[in-house]
Design a protein around this ligand. Sequence first.
Ligand SMILES: [Zn+2]
Length: 465
Amino acid sequence: MKQLTLLLTLLLSINVTAQTDQDVLKTIYSQSLTNGKAYQWLDHLSNQIGGRLSGSVNAEKAVQYTKSELEKLGVDKVWLQEVMVPKWERGDKEVGYFTTINNKIDVNICALGGSIATADSGLEAAVIEVKSFEELEALGDQVKGKIVFFNGAMNPELIHTFEAYGGCSKQRYAGAYEAGKLGAVGVIVRSLNLRQDDLPHTGSMSYMDLPNEQRIPSAAISTNDANKLSEALQKDNNLTFYFKQNCQQFEDVLSYNVIGEIRGSEYPNEFMVVGGHLDSWDLGDGSHDDGAGVVQSMDVLRLLKESGIKPKRTIRVVLFMNEENGLRGGKKYAEEAKRNNENHVFALESDSGGFTPRGFSFDCSDAVLNKVLGWESLFKPYLIHYFEKGYSGADIGPLKNDNIVLVGLRPDSQRYFDHHHAANDTFDAVNKRELELGAATMTSLVYLFDKYGTNTLPEVKQFKD
Ligand SMILES: [Zn+2]
Protein backbone atom coordinates (compact mmCIF):
# COMPACT_ATOMS: atom_id res chain seq x y z
CA MET A 1 0.00 0.00 0.00
CA LYS A 2 2.82 2.36 0.89
CA GLN A 3 4.54 1.61 -2.43
CA LEU A 4 1.28 2.24 -4.23
CA THR A 5 0.89 5.62 -2.55
CA LEU A 6 4.47 6.47 -3.46
CA LEU A 7 3.91 5.43 -7.04
CA LEU A 8 0.74 7.50 -7.23
CA THR A 9 2.50 10.54 -5.77
CA LEU A 10 5.29 10.09 -8.29
CA LEU A 11 2.84 9.79 -11.17
CA LEU A 12 0.99 12.86 -9.97
CA SER A 13 4.19 14.82 -9.70
CA ILE A 14 5.51 14.05 -13.17
CA ASN A 15 2.19 14.46 -14.83
CA VAL A 16 0.92 17.77 -13.54
CA THR A 17 -0.09 19.06 -16.97
CA ALA A 18 -2.57 16.24 -17.34
CA GLN A 19 -4.29 17.25 -14.13
CA THR A 20 -7.05 19.77 -13.92
CA ASP A 21 -6.42 23.00 -12.08
CA GLN A 22 -8.83 21.74 -9.40
CA ASP A 23 -6.57 18.74 -8.86
CA VAL A 24 -3.46 20.85 -8.63
CA LEU A 25 -5.01 23.23 -6.10
CA LYS A 26 -6.15 20.27 -4.04
CA THR A 27 -2.59 18.92 -4.02
CA ILE A 28 -1.20 22.30 -3.00
CA TYR A 29 -3.66 22.75 -0.12
CA SER A 30 -3.16 19.15 1.05
CA GLN A 31 0.61 19.55 0.98
CA SER A 32 0.42 22.77 2.97
CA LEU A 33 -1.98 21.41 5.58
CA THR A 34 -0.23 18.08 6.09
CA ASN A 35 3.37 18.85 5.28
CA GLY A 36 3.76 22.64 5.51
CA LYS A 37 6.92 24.17 6.89
CA ALA A 38 5.73 27.73 7.42
CA TYR A 39 4.79 27.24 11.08
CA GLN A 40 8.08 25.57 11.96
CA TRP A 41 10.04 28.39 10.32
CA LEU A 42 7.89 30.96 12.11
CA ASP A 43 8.58 29.24 15.43
CA HIS A 44 12.29 29.74 14.89
CA LEU A 45 11.99 33.29 13.59
CA SER A 46 9.74 34.33 16.50
CA ASN A 47 10.97 32.27 19.42
CA GLN A 48 14.65 31.70 18.66
CA ILE A 49 15.32 35.09 17.08
CA GLY A 50 12.50 37.48 18.10
CA GLY A 51 11.77 41.11 17.13
CA ARG A 52 13.82 42.12 14.09
CA LEU A 53 14.11 45.87 13.85
CA SER A 54 16.22 47.01 10.89
CA GLY A 55 19.90 47.23 11.70
CA SER A 56 19.59 45.06 14.83
CA VAL A 57 21.48 41.86 15.63
CA ASN A 58 18.18 39.98 15.36
CA ALA A 59 17.53 41.32 11.86
CA GLU A 60 20.94 40.02 10.82
CA LYS A 61 20.18 36.63 12.41
CA ALA A 62 16.91 36.48 10.48
CA VAL A 63 18.77 37.17 7.23
CA GLN A 64 21.20 34.32 7.87
CA TYR A 65 18.51 31.92 9.07
CA THR A 66 16.12 32.41 6.15
CA LYS A 67 18.98 32.28 3.65
CA SER A 68 20.16 28.93 5.01
CA GLU A 69 16.61 27.52 5.10
CA LEU A 70 16.04 28.55 1.47
CA GLU A 71 19.32 26.88 0.55
CA LYS A 72 18.09 23.65 2.14
CA LEU A 73 15.11 23.68 -0.25
CA GLY A 74 17.42 23.04 -3.18
CA VAL A 75 16.01 25.85 -5.31
CA ASP A 76 18.11 27.11 -8.22
CA LYS A 77 19.67 30.12 -6.58
CA VAL A 78 19.69 31.85 -3.19
CA TRP A 79 21.45 35.15 -2.55
CA LEU A 80 21.59 38.29 -0.46
CA GLN A 81 20.99 41.74 -1.93
CA GLU A 82 22.78 44.53 -0.10
CA VAL A 83 20.76 47.44 1.19
CA MET A 84 21.63 50.27 3.59
CA VAL A 85 18.99 50.61 6.31
CA PRO A 86 18.23 53.09 9.11
CA LYS A 87 18.96 51.97 12.64
CA TRP A 88 16.87 53.19 15.56
CA GLU A 89 16.91 51.77 19.08
CA ARG A 90 14.24 52.09 21.74
CA GLY A 91 16.56 52.00 24.76
CA ASP A 92 15.06 51.61 28.25
CA LYS A 93 11.39 50.98 28.78
CA GLU A 94 9.47 54.25 28.61
CA VAL A 95 7.75 55.80 31.62
CA GLY A 96 4.56 57.83 31.46
CA TYR A 97 1.99 59.23 33.91
CA PHE A 98 -0.32 62.17 34.34
CA THR A 99 -0.95 64.19 37.45
CA THR A 100 -4.29 65.72 38.40
CA ILE A 101 -5.08 67.73 41.54
CA ASN A 102 -5.74 64.54 43.47
CA ASN A 103 -3.97 61.75 41.63
CA LYS A 104 -0.95 60.48 39.77
CA ILE A 105 -2.00 57.93 37.18
CA ASP A 106 0.53 55.68 35.44
CA VAL A 107 -0.04 55.04 31.73
CA ASN A 108 1.34 52.56 29.21
CA ILE A 109 3.34 54.29 26.52
CA CYS A 110 6.08 53.46 24.01
CA ALA A 111 8.25 55.65 21.83
CA LEU A 112 7.25 55.84 18.18
CA GLY A 113 9.89 54.54 15.78
CA GLY A 114 12.18 57.35 14.69
CA SER A 115 11.33 59.59 17.61
CA ILE A 116 13.97 61.48 19.54
CA ALA A 117 14.41 60.95 23.28
CA THR A 118 13.15 63.22 26.01
CA ALA A 119 15.69 64.87 28.34
CA ASP A 120 17.18 62.39 30.85
CA SER A 121 14.90 63.86 33.49
CA GLY A 122 11.86 63.37 31.23
CA LEU A 123 9.38 65.87 29.87
CA GLU A 124 6.42 67.31 31.74
CA ALA A 125 3.87 69.77 30.39
CA ALA A 126 0.19 70.61 30.16
CA VAL A 127 -1.80 68.62 27.61
CA ILE A 128 -4.05 69.69 24.77
CA GLU A 129 -6.22 67.04 23.14
CA VAL A 130 -7.10 66.96 19.44
CA LYS A 131 -8.79 64.37 17.26
CA SER A 132 -7.64 65.63 13.88
CA PHE A 133 -5.12 67.82 12.13
CA GLU A 134 -7.89 70.34 11.45
CA GLU A 135 -8.42 70.72 15.21
CA LEU A 136 -4.69 71.14 15.69
CA GLU A 137 -4.50 73.82 13.04
CA ALA A 138 -7.43 75.70 14.55
CA LEU A 139 -5.61 75.78 17.91
CA GLY A 140 -2.52 77.32 16.30
CA ASP A 141 -0.35 79.09 18.89
CA GLN A 142 -2.28 77.65 21.83
CA VAL A 143 -0.27 74.43 21.64
CA LYS A 144 3.00 76.24 22.29
CA GLY A 145 4.87 74.71 25.22
CA LYS A 146 2.30 71.93 25.55
CA ILE A 147 2.09 68.23 24.84
CA VAL A 148 -0.36 67.55 22.01
CA PHE A 149 -2.48 64.45 22.60
CA PHE A 150 -3.75 63.02 19.31
CA ASN A 151 -6.79 60.99 20.28
CA GLY A 152 -8.35 60.13 16.91
CA ALA A 153 -9.72 56.58 17.18
CA MET A 154 -9.93 53.97 14.43
CA ASN A 155 -13.45 53.89 13.02
CA PRO A 156 -15.12 50.65 14.21
CA GLU A 157 -17.81 50.84 11.52
CA LEU A 158 -15.34 50.04 8.77
CA ILE A 159 -15.36 46.30 8.03
CA HIS A 160 -12.00 46.50 6.28
CA THR A 161 -9.93 47.40 9.32
CA PHE A 162 -7.03 48.55 7.13
CA GLU A 163 -9.29 51.41 6.02
CA ALA A 164 -9.82 52.38 9.67
CA TYR A 165 -6.05 52.21 10.15
CA GLY A 166 -5.44 54.35 7.06
CA GLY A 167 -7.97 56.83 8.39
CA CYS A 168 -5.82 57.77 11.38
CA SER A 169 -2.28 56.54 10.77
CA LYS A 170 -1.26 60.05 9.75
CA GLN A 171 -1.53 61.26 13.35
CA ARG A 172 1.12 58.72 14.30
CA TYR A 173 3.34 59.36 11.29
CA ALA A 174 3.11 63.15 11.06
CA GLY A 175 1.75 64.19 14.48
CA ALA A 176 5.13 65.32 15.84
CA TYR A 177 5.87 67.12 12.59
CA GLU A 178 2.65 69.13 12.61
CA ALA A 179 2.65 69.83 16.36
CA GLY A 180 6.40 70.59 16.37
CA LYS A 181 5.88 73.27 13.73
CA LEU A 182 3.43 75.01 16.07
CA GLY A 183 5.82 74.96 19.04
CA ALA A 184 4.46 71.98 21.00
CA VAL A 185 7.04 70.23 23.22
CA GLY A 186 5.87 66.62 22.87
CA VAL A 187 3.27 64.38 21.25
CA ILE A 188 1.22 61.50 22.64
CA VAL A 189 -0.71 59.46 20.07
CA ARG A 190 -3.62 57.10 20.70
CA SER A 191 -2.56 53.57 19.69
CA LEU A 192 -3.92 52.39 16.35
CA ASN A 193 -5.89 49.55 17.85
CA LEU A 194 -9.64 48.88 17.60
CA ARG A 195 -9.64 47.05 20.92
CA GLN A 196 -9.64 48.57 24.40
CA ASP A 197 -6.53 47.29 26.15
CA ASP A 198 -3.36 48.35 27.92
CA LEU A 199 -0.86 47.81 25.12
CA PRO A 200 0.81 50.74 23.39
CA HIS A 201 1.37 50.18 19.64
CA THR A 202 4.50 51.60 18.08
CA GLY A 203 5.06 52.37 14.38
CA SER A 204 7.03 54.77 12.29
CA MET A 205 6.90 58.55 12.51
CA SER A 206 8.85 61.20 10.64
CA TYR A 207 10.03 64.74 11.26
CA MET A 208 10.33 65.24 7.52
CA ASP A 209 12.29 68.46 6.87
CA LEU A 210 11.68 69.94 10.33
CA PRO A 211 14.78 71.71 11.75
CA ASN A 212 16.30 70.02 14.81
CA GLU A 213 15.06 72.64 17.29
CA GLN A 214 11.43 71.91 16.33
CA ARG A 215 11.74 68.13 16.64
CA ILE A 216 9.82 66.88 19.65
CA PRO A 217 9.56 63.44 21.31
CA SER A 218 6.54 61.38 20.35
CA ALA A 219 5.05 58.30 21.96
CA ALA A 220 2.01 56.05 21.60
CA ILE A 221 -0.38 55.50 24.51
CA SER A 222 -2.63 52.44 24.96
CA THR A 223 -6.31 52.80 24.06
CA ASN A 224 -7.41 52.30 27.69
CA ASP A 225 -5.03 54.98 28.89
CA ALA A 226 -5.96 57.32 26.03
CA ASN A 227 -9.56 57.12 27.26
CA LYS A 228 -8.48 57.70 30.87
CA LEU A 229 -6.43 60.72 29.88
CA SER A 230 -9.25 62.15 27.79
CA GLU A 231 -11.75 61.75 30.64
CA ALA A 232 -9.35 63.29 33.13
CA LEU A 233 -8.79 66.26 30.82
CA GLN A 234 -12.53 66.92 30.72
CA LYS A 235 -12.52 67.32 34.49
CA ASP A 236 -9.19 69.10 34.83
CA ASN A 237 -7.58 70.62 31.79
CA ASN A 238 -4.66 71.84 33.86
CA LEU A 239 -3.38 68.34 34.48
CA THR A 240 0.19 67.66 33.46
CA PHE A 241 1.59 64.71 31.56
CA TYR A 242 5.06 63.31 32.16
CA PHE A 243 6.98 60.93 29.95
CA LYS A 244 10.49 59.72 29.58
CA GLN A 245 12.10 57.82 26.73
CA ASN A 246 15.73 57.43 25.66
CA CYS A 247 15.49 56.07 22.12
CA GLN A 248 18.22 56.89 19.63
CA GLN A 249 18.84 57.10 15.89
CA PHE A 250 22.18 55.80 14.59
CA GLU A 251 23.98 55.94 11.25
CA ASP A 252 22.61 53.70 8.49
CA VAL A 253 23.96 50.15 8.49
CA LEU A 254 24.39 47.46 5.86
CA SER A 255 21.66 44.83 5.70
CA TYR A 256 20.08 42.58 3.09
CA ASN A 257 17.05 41.41 1.18
CA VAL A 258 17.06 37.61 1.05
CA ILE A 259 16.18 36.18 -2.36
CA GLY A 260 15.64 32.65 -3.64
CA GLU A 261 14.46 31.55 -7.07
CA ILE A 262 13.30 28.69 -9.22
CA ARG A 263 14.27 29.31 -12.82
CA GLY A 264 11.43 29.17 -15.32
CA SER A 265 11.49 26.31 -17.81
CA GLU A 266 9.94 28.21 -20.73
CA TYR A 267 10.15 31.92 -19.97
CA PRO A 268 13.06 32.30 -17.56
CA ASN A 269 13.21 36.02 -18.26
CA GLU A 270 9.71 36.63 -16.95
CA PHE A 271 9.87 37.12 -13.20
CA MET A 272 7.16 36.47 -10.64
CA VAL A 273 7.81 37.66 -7.08
CA VAL A 274 6.27 36.42 -3.87
CA GLY A 275 7.31 38.04 -0.63
CA GLY A 276 6.93 39.54 2.81
CA HIS A 277 9.18 41.65 5.02
CA LEU A 278 11.85 40.26 7.26
CA ASP A 279 12.15 43.22 9.62
CA SER A 280 9.62 43.82 12.39
CA TRP A 281 9.02 46.15 15.30
CA ASP A 282 10.76 45.37 18.54
CA LEU A 283 7.97 45.16 21.15
CA GLY A 284 6.76 41.69 20.20
CA ASP A 285 8.45 39.10 17.99
CA GLY A 286 6.80 40.20 14.74
CA SER A 287 4.93 36.93 14.15
CA HIS A 288 1.96 38.43 12.31
CA ASP A 289 3.84 41.49 10.99
CA ASP A 290 5.45 40.09 9.03
CA GLY A 291 6.97 36.78 10.10
CA ALA A 292 3.83 35.14 8.71
CA GLY A 293 4.32 36.69 5.27
CA VAL A 294 7.98 35.68 5.25
CA VAL A 295 7.40 32.01 6.02
CA GLN A 296 4.36 31.75 3.75
CA SER A 297 6.39 33.18 0.87
CA MET A 298 9.24 30.75 1.55
CA ASP A 299 6.74 27.91 1.58
CA VAL A 300 5.41 28.93 -1.84
CA LEU A 301 8.69 27.79 -3.41
CA ARG A 302 8.64 24.58 -1.41
CA LEU A 303 4.96 23.82 -2.06
CA LEU A 304 5.45 24.29 -5.80
CA LYS A 305 8.27 21.76 -5.68
CA GLU A 306 6.44 19.34 -3.39
CA SER A 307 3.35 19.51 -5.57
CA GLY A 308 5.42 18.59 -8.62
CA ILE A 309 4.92 21.93 -10.36
CA LYS A 310 7.69 23.05 -12.68
CA PRO A 311 7.13 26.75 -13.24
CA LYS A 312 7.40 28.12 -16.76
CA ARG A 313 8.39 31.53 -15.45
CA THR A 314 11.07 32.35 -12.90
CA ILE A 315 9.56 32.42 -9.43
CA ARG A 316 11.38 34.47 -6.82
CA VAL A 317 10.78 34.66 -3.11
CA VAL A 318 11.95 38.02 -1.84
CA LEU A 319 12.23 38.64 1.91
CA PHE A 320 12.39 42.41 2.07
CA MET A 321 14.34 44.29 4.73
CA ASN A 322 13.15 47.51 6.36
CA GLU A 323 9.49 47.78 5.41
CA GLU A 324 8.60 49.21 8.80
CA ASN A 325 10.76 52.29 9.00
CA GLY A 326 12.11 53.11 5.59
CA LEU A 327 11.01 50.67 2.86
CA ARG A 328 14.63 50.57 1.76
CA GLY A 329 14.49 46.87 0.82
CA GLY A 330 11.46 47.26 -1.45
CA LYS A 331 12.98 50.29 -3.13
CA LYS A 332 16.34 48.56 -3.57
CA TYR A 333 14.80 45.45 -5.10
CA ALA A 334 12.86 47.48 -7.68
CA GLU A 335 15.93 49.59 -8.43
CA GLU A 336 18.05 46.49 -9.10
CA ALA A 337 15.31 44.86 -11.17
CA LYS A 338 15.22 47.94 -13.37
CA ARG A 339 18.99 48.19 -13.60
CA ASN A 340 19.18 44.53 -14.68
CA ASN A 341 16.34 44.95 -17.16
CA GLU A 342 14.37 42.17 -15.52
CA ASN A 343 10.85 41.83 -16.82
CA HIS A 344 8.67 41.48 -13.73
CA VAL A 345 5.17 40.36 -14.67
CA PHE A 346 3.68 39.57 -11.24
CA ALA A 347 4.32 40.26 -7.55
CA LEU A 348 2.35 38.98 -4.56
CA GLU A 349 2.89 40.21 -1.01
CA SER A 350 1.63 38.80 2.26
CA ASP A 351 1.81 41.56 4.87
CA SER A 352 -1.59 41.64 6.54
CA GLY A 353 -1.10 38.99 9.20
CA GLY A 354 -1.23 35.21 9.30
CA PHE A 355 -5.01 35.00 9.73
CA THR A 356 -7.48 32.95 7.67
CA PRO A 357 -7.07 33.95 4.02
CA ARG A 358 -10.13 35.44 2.34
CA GLY A 359 -8.71 36.30 -1.06
CA PHE A 360 -6.64 38.90 -2.84
CA SER A 361 -6.65 42.52 -3.81
CA PHE A 362 -5.30 43.24 -7.27
CA ASP A 363 -3.51 46.30 -8.48
CA CYS A 364 -3.84 45.78 -12.23
CA SER A 365 -5.93 46.72 -15.26
CA ASP A 366 -9.67 45.91 -15.44
CA ALA A 367 -8.94 43.59 -18.34
CA VAL A 368 -6.54 41.48 -16.27
CA LEU A 369 -8.85 41.52 -13.26
CA ASN A 370 -11.76 40.28 -15.34
CA LYS A 371 -9.64 37.37 -16.47
CA VAL A 372 -8.57 36.61 -12.92
CA LEU A 373 -12.19 36.45 -11.87
CA GLY A 374 -12.42 33.30 -13.97
CA TRP A 375 -10.44 31.55 -11.24
CA GLU A 376 -12.84 32.39 -8.44
CA SER A 377 -14.59 29.04 -8.67
CA LEU A 378 -11.28 27.20 -8.25
CA PHE A 379 -10.78 28.88 -4.88
CA LYS A 380 -14.34 28.42 -3.68
CA PRO A 381 -13.77 25.04 -1.97
CA TYR A 382 -11.16 26.76 0.23
CA LEU A 383 -13.54 29.58 1.22
CA ILE A 384 -11.42 32.07 -0.70
CA HIS A 385 -13.87 34.55 -2.17
CA TYR A 386 -12.45 38.06 -2.05
CA PHE A 387 -11.21 39.14 -5.50
CA GLU A 388 -11.22 42.92 -5.68
CA LYS A 389 -9.14 45.69 -7.06
CA GLY A 390 -7.08 47.45 -4.44
CA TYR A 391 -3.85 47.91 -2.58
CA SER A 392 -1.21 45.20 -2.92
CA GLY A 393 1.70 45.74 -0.53
CA ALA A 394 4.31 48.30 0.48
CA ASP A 395 7.40 46.29 -0.50
CA ILE A 396 6.23 45.38 -3.99
CA GLY A 397 4.78 48.86 -4.63
CA PRO A 398 8.05 50.21 -6.11
CA LEU A 399 7.83 47.54 -8.86
CA LYS A 400 4.66 49.12 -10.21
CA ASN A 401 4.47 49.83 -13.92
CA ASP A 402 1.84 49.42 -16.64
CA ASN A 403 2.50 45.73 -17.22
CA ILE A 404 3.03 44.15 -13.83
CA VAL A 405 0.18 42.62 -11.83
CA LEU A 406 0.57 43.48 -8.15
CA VAL A 407 -1.37 41.44 -5.61
CA GLY A 408 -1.90 41.52 -1.84
CA LEU A 409 -3.00 38.45 0.09
CA ARG A 410 -6.11 39.47 2.06
CA PRO A 411 -6.57 37.53 5.28
CA ASP A 412 -9.40 38.20 7.67
CA SER A 413 -8.41 41.53 9.25
CA GLN A 414 -10.70 41.77 12.30
CA ARG A 415 -8.03 40.87 14.86
CA TYR A 416 -4.96 42.15 13.04
CA PHE A 417 -4.80 45.54 14.76
CA ASP A 418 -5.13 43.90 18.20
CA HIS A 419 -1.54 42.79 17.63
CA HIS A 420 -0.07 45.13 15.04
CA HIS A 421 3.21 46.72 16.27
CA ALA A 422 2.48 45.79 19.90
CA ALA A 423 4.02 43.47 22.50
CA ASN A 424 1.36 40.83 21.77
CA ASP A 425 2.42 40.32 18.14
CA THR A 426 3.80 36.95 19.16
CA PHE A 427 3.96 33.36 17.93
CA ASP A 428 1.07 32.17 20.11
CA ALA A 429 -1.22 34.63 18.30
CA VAL A 430 -0.69 32.81 14.99
CA ASN A 431 -2.81 29.77 14.21
CA LYS A 432 -0.90 27.03 12.38
CA ARG A 433 -3.77 26.05 10.15
CA GLU A 434 -4.68 29.60 9.18
CA LEU A 435 -1.04 30.29 8.35
CA GLU A 436 -0.87 27.18 6.16
CA LEU A 437 -4.10 28.03 4.36
CA GLY A 438 -2.53 31.38 3.51
CA ALA A 439 0.61 29.73 2.10
CA ALA A 440 -1.51 27.37 -0.02
CA THR A 441 -3.69 30.22 -1.28
CA MET A 442 -0.60 32.17 -2.35
CA THR A 443 0.94 29.12 -4.02
CA SER A 444 -2.29 28.45 -5.92
CA LEU A 445 -2.40 31.95 -7.35
CA VAL A 446 1.28 31.76 -8.31
CA TYR A 447 0.60 28.42 -10.01
CA LEU A 448 -2.31 29.83 -12.03
CA PHE A 449 -0.50 33.00 -13.06
CA ASP A 450 2.55 31.03 -14.05
CA LYS A 451 0.49 28.58 -16.06
CA TYR A 452 -1.63 31.07 -17.95
CA GLY A 453 0.61 34.13 -17.95
CA THR A 454 -0.61 37.63 -17.47
CA ASN A 455 -1.40 38.18 -21.13
CA THR A 456 -2.90 34.84 -21.92
CA LEU A 457 -5.31 34.33 -19.05
CA PRO A 458 -8.47 32.52 -20.06
CA GLU A 459 -11.40 34.85 -20.72
CA VAL A 460 -14.13 34.68 -18.13
CA LYS A 461 -17.64 34.58 -19.46
CA GLN A 462 -19.46 36.17 -16.57
CA PHE A 463 -18.22 39.63 -15.77
CA LYS A 464 -18.56 40.99 -12.32
CA ASP A 465 -19.93 44.48 -11.63
ZN1 LIG B 1 4.19 44.67 7.87
